[in-house]
Design a protein around this ligand. Sequence first.
Ligand SMILES: Nc1ncnc2c1ncn2[C@@H]1O[C@H](COP(=O)(O)OP(=O)(O)OP(=O)(O)O)[C@@H](O)[C@H]1O
Ligand SMILES: [Mg+2]
Length: 160
Amino acid sequence: MIITVTGSVGTGKTAISKKLAKKLKLVYVDVNGVIEKNKLRDRYIKKLDTYEVDISKLNAFLIKLINSSKKGLVIDSHLSHYLPEKNVDYCVVCKCDLSILKKRLNLRKYNKAKIRENLDSEIFDVCLVEALENKHEVIVIDTSSKSIGVCVDEITKKIK
Ligand SMILES: Nc1ncnc2c1ncn2[C@@H]1O[C@H](COP(=O)(O)OP(=O)(O)OP(=O)(O)O)[C@@H](O)[C@H]1O
Ligand SMILES: [Mg+2]
């Protein structure tokens, strides 16, 4: 079982992924850690205080990990929906109400441009649209009004 968890920044991917992995006895994969350890970061974007990532290198790395893993995986990343559909069973897309998301991002003390960019990504449903374009078996979960436990219960029910 390979599950990817995507969604705009701050929508709850990590909270959901860790709990989902525990519940389904799968291995949690922190893609940010993978990117850092394996030097998959590219150019630094000053305005957004973030790094570009080479998606084809990241995909190649994650596909190797999927193919070599004896256990199922929960892959936590806003880039995870770029994995080919054939390597993934389910793609969970986390969503969040905009006012709640704004509060979550403000708490992180991100700069204005970074908050704007991330809210825009949620407004335009970038991850969901791209996941559907990539033909993933998508499960959408809104994390704004339910506890993480309830969200994870809903996801598991949708997994056959
Ligand atoms: N269902 C929920 N109920 C209450 N709080 C939540 C819920 N889901 C997430 N949160 C909170 O929202 C914040 C952001 O969640 P989290 O770090 O999991 O998001 P993320 O999508 O992994 O962010 P990033 O893209 O930066 O990795 C955390 O403080 C988390 O506890
Ligand atoms: Mg996270």
